[in-house]
Design a protein around this ligand. Structure first.
Ligand code: GN1
Ligand code: MG
Length: 356
């Protein structure tokens, strides 16, 4: 189906004058649409191979956005929360003739960063992610659909990783990744850091974002203030360690998550410290002592988790993450391993920073 025909299904006025495909994200396909009245939207194809319950997912998103909007002053609601558009039939998304699912939301004129380009930026991002979690602290968690089962259950991720090794049909990939695989197998105990403590209640279950990459936050172009947290597909009950950890994995690394030159990869402790300050300010004193104590392990945990997901996908024949070239997932896994090794060396430094 043509993009223009899909746009017509939504409650928007006028005709599209520009349709631009955006290249961000490893999962969904995204277009920026400009309408004849100048209003801009984002049209997104939800990857239903990954998000198998689009109804539950979109109900989550509409609920979460309404909850956040209700907490904002009227004049900030358009810029500080996402506004999703229903279809003309009153549905939260449109399913086309090929079974593809599409959703639309109002484009917010702001920027998102791929890396920390200037001082102070990471503090602002951290504060916004912390505030996001605060806004959802009283959200009825039992109404949220689990959009990806066991998304950050690292114990089950580790089992998936082992299954990918055992069932791998690409012997040359298994051979060339041997060093990486061994390094991850040797670190199995890390997989238990959060899962076990969530089970005993030592770590509280909260409503978390679960995909807190720096580029999932829109920032004001003039002031760099964090405006709006986006990419709400994985908002689900989880641990604060997930949001903290993934943000550090992506934002406090000295190079891109898929840099083939692993010698450039390290943890930037200054950025780590900046994020800790912003996150603590954003969550406004609500973190428990156990959560605070485990923040450094959270950074290692999420790096480890992402790494075993990348290498698992490589062994499975690249069925999950979008790739730009043949060995992309292996390169990603190697980069994450380099980051993890550096974090292990800096664990005491991280702990000192959190203690303050
Ligand atoms: C995916 O699509 P994107 O880039 O926001 C993935 C995250 C990974 C990330 C790694 C639903 O996020 O969990 O951390 O790639 N999202 C999903 O770049 O699997
Ligand atoms: Mg995402």
């Amino acid at each position: 189906m043509e993009i223009t025909q899909i746009i017509e299904k939504f409650k928007v006025a006028g005709n599209p004058t520009e349709i631009k495909q955006l290249t961000c994200g490893n999962i969904n396909q995204t277009y920026r649409i400009t309408m004849s009245d100048g209003v801009r939207y984002i049209l997104q194809n939800i990857n239903i191979n990954i998000f198998t319950d689009p109804v539950g997912l979109m109900n989550n998103i509409f609920g979460v956005c309404a909850h956040i909007k209700a907490k904002l002053p009227e004049e900030e609601r358009d810029r500080r929360a996402m506004t999703f558009i229903d279809t003309k039939d009153g549905e939260h998304f449109y399913r086309d003739d090929d079974g593809k699912c599409w959703r639309m939301y109002v484009y917010i004129d702001a920027i998102s960063y791929q890396s920390i380009e200037k001082p102070g930026l990471f503090y602002k991002a951290a504060k916004a992610f912390g505030e996001f979690q605060q806004q959802l602290a009283d959200y009825p968690a039992d109404t949220l659909a689990e959009t990806i089962k066991n998304f950050h259950n690292t114990v089950s991720r580790f089992a998936d990783f082992k299954a990918a090794i055992a069932n791998c049909k690409l012997p040359e990939r298994l051979e060339e990744s041997k060093d990486v695989i061994d390094a991850f197998l040797a670190r199995e105990s890390l997989a238990h850091v959060a899962v076990d403590k969530l089970a005993t209640g030592e770590l509280p279950l909260r409503v978390t974002h679960n995909d807190t990459k720096l580029n999932n936050i829109l920032m004001d172009e003039a002031t760099d203030e964090g405006l709006c947290v986006i990419d709400l597909d994985t908002v689900m009950p989880g641990s604060v360690l997930y949001d903290f950890g993934d943000a550090i994995r992506f934002g406090a690394a000295t190079t891109a998550e898929d840099d083939p030159d692993t010698s450039k990869m390290a943890l930037d402790l200054d950025l780590f410290a900046e994020f800790v300050r912003g996150f603590i300010d954003g969550t406004n004193g609500s973190l428990t002592q156990t959560e605070l104590d485990l923040l450094p392990e959270g950074a290692m945990l999420l790096t480890y988790e992402c790494a075993i997901r990348f290498i698992g996908d490589y062994l499975n024949g690249d069925t999950y993450f979008k790739i730009n070239y043949e060995k992309h997932n292996l390169v990603r896994a190697r980069a994450q391993l380099a980051l993890l090794v550096d974090m292990e060396k800096k664990l005491d430094d991280m702990r000192k920073i959190v203690k303050g």
